[in-house]
Design a protein around this ligand. Structure first.
Ligand code: HEC
Ligand code: HEC
Length: 476
């Protein structure tokens, strides 16, 4: 949520100030273009954008704890008004029965009372160390195999997600806890590190939980810049894919195709840790439903449907005007500008990022296409550091769960823009889909599968080069 005093005008003024200080500095994007061309003989033309303007014209220049929660500075007055309406709903604490300041419709079972309760400061959630309220982590659950269209098979009596909270008179489906086991390792120079492997346990299940069911933990991900990701053309994303690894670089990358509830067909997935949602509309409506027990026209049945504690059918608890405002909000949050691009250590780190082939998946730059009626995010050069494809990340990160075309080992390349501001906004540095990594370096060391050679390259680097790589990531 933005602090309301930062109006579009003020943000524009800030961005002008930001540009003015180093406007004359030369920008070199040739290395990025070179990497992309290695992935594909006919790469999407790389935009000649200024890499500091990570979100094109939506870039914001705040570097404090509100950095992820600003409206894009280029919003028209009408667009900003809708953004602010969406912001209110995103920040609102829902209650079972509406009262002043609290929209109704929460539950009967849920994970949190507010979108922002998990997407803290429009950024990422943190896992809880041991047992306790899970807050921003949720557990997707499924039975082995695939249901219609390749979707995961729901667990009878529990659905597709454990809701660990409930309104009065209703039982939460279960509580859960995490146990971490340390796995020691070392860099080539002998310096040691340790990675913590999580294990999830369900407790107090309201019904016996089937033995073979799969559990896929997911931490709340940042929500800024998502409209830009939605605006990237399908053709551009497919140009990054190389499912059969024809160029023999060990990195394939494939598009996930997921069920679109509105059009009733399989379409390209872009959102969620496995690119398991096709659009911000469906992602957000699914979040209202699954995470908060709030129904919409897209998902009119309560998430407790099929349970003994189901409640009678009723009209959608959030109407289309509000749902669309929330969609507009998640489309139009500005992206923080890159920082320290002229620091020699950062530049060294960027070189390592390219040589280590990180940029083969975390594709630095591309151009957005057009989203109708949202010119602010359309046709922008952007620097998201993702290809939105899913990649085999090895056994260490597997959740064994298939999500449409993505198998248990496959995850969406996480966008890296803004990642260096995580500690400022979210007061922690837990990364990856379940927050198991305690630092950026631990996140890199967890990479396996298609990214194993990148990880091994980093393991062999001398300490100053490892530090430069981290400095570069912190500049994003
Ligand atoms: C219980 C915590 C929780 C709550 C509450 C929650 N989310 Fe999320 N959100 C998540 C998790 C976890 C993911 C990743 C889901 C996945 O990978 O399947 C996510 C993903 C998203 C994404 C996609 C981000 C991306 O990078 O692809 C959007 C957008 C989003 N949520 C919006 C919302 C909105 C809007 C609400 C309120 C209606 C909301 N969320 C409520 C936990 C939460
Ligand atoms: C084969 C594709 C691929 C390559 C190569 C790759 N990554 Fe990743 N990266 C991913 C995927 C997929 C994830 C998400 C994994 C997860 O959450 O389980 C990720 C996650 C990350 C994260 C954590 C992001 C977050 O939001 O939690 C960081 C940091 C990162 N990568 C940095 C790097 C660096 C640095 C390199 C090079 C040394 C690299 N990656 C190479 C695919 C790749």
């Amino acid at each position: 949520m933005k602090s309301f005093f930062c109006t579009a005008l003020l943000c524009a003024a800030l961005s002008l100030a930001g540009c003015a200080t180093d406007a004359a500095l030369p920008i070199d994007t040739s290395a990025d273009a070179d990497i992309a061309s290695r992935r594909n003989p006919n790469p999407n033309p790389q935009p000649n954008g200024d890499e500091r303007l990570a979100g094109g014209a939506t870039t914001v220049f705040l570097t404090d704890e509100d950095a992820f929660g600003q409206p894009a500075p280029n919003l028209s007055p009408a667009s900003l008004l809708r953004h602010n309406q969406g912001d209110s709903a995103f920040g609102a604490e829902f209650a079972a029965i509406a009262s002043a300041g609290h929209p109704g419709g929460l539950g009967p079972i849920f994970n949190h009372t507010a979108c922002e309760g998990c997407h803290v400061g429009d950024g990422r959630g943190r896992p809880v160390a041991l047992s306790g309220e899970m807050n921003s982590l949720l557990l997707r659950i499924s039975l082995p195999g695939m249901a219609a269209h390749g979707s995961a098979i729901a667990v009878t009596g529990f659905g597709g997600q454990i809701q660990d909270q409930a309104v009065a008179g209703v039982q939460p489906e279960a509580k859960f806890s995490i146990v971490y086991t340390e796995q020691p390792g070392s860099f080539a120079d002998g310096a040691s590190y340790s990675l913590r492997m999580p294990q999830y346990r369900l407790q107090n299940t309201y019904l016996p939980f089937p033995g073979g069911a799969l559990i896929s933990p997911r931490i709340a991900s940042p929500v800024f810049g998502l409209g830009l990701l939605e605006a990237i053309s399908e053709q551009t994303i497919l140009s990054f894919a190389d499912p059969d690894d024809r160029n023999n670089d060990g990195i394939s990358g494939k598009a996930n195709y997921v069920w679109d509830v509105q059009s009733q067909k399989l379409v390209l997935g872009r959102f969620g840790w496995k690119s398991n949602q096709p659009s911000l509309l469906q992602q957000n409506a699914a979040a209202f439903n699954g995470d908060m027990g709030v129904t919409t026209s897209l998902f009119p049945d309560e998430s407790s449907a099929g349970q003994l504690q189901a409640i009678a059918a009723h009209t959608p608890e959030v109407n289309d005007v509000t749902l669309n405002a929330v969609v507009h909000y998640t489309r139009t949050l500005g992206v923080p500008a890159r920082r320290n691009t002229n620091d020699p250590t950062v530049q060294k780190g960027k070189e390592i990022f390219n040589v280590a082939k990180c940029a083969s998946c975390h594709i630095p730059s591309m151009q957005t296409g057009t989203i109708q009626n949202v010119p602010e995010i359309s046709n922008q050069p952007i620097f998201p550091y993702t290809d939105l494809l899913v990649h085999d990340m090895g056994e260490g990160l597997t959740d064994n769960r298939s999500d449409f075309a993505a198998n248990g080992r496959e995850w969406r390349t996480a966008p890296l823009w803004g990642i260096g501001l995580t500690s400022t906004v979210n007061k922690h540095t837990f990364f990856l889909h379940d927050g198991r990594a305690r630092s950026l370096m631990e996140a890199v060391l967890w990479h396996g599968g298609e990214a194993a050679s990148s990880r091994d390259y980093v393991r062999k680097l001398p300490k100053p080069d490892r530090e430069a790589l981290v400095k570069f990531l912190e500049s994003l």
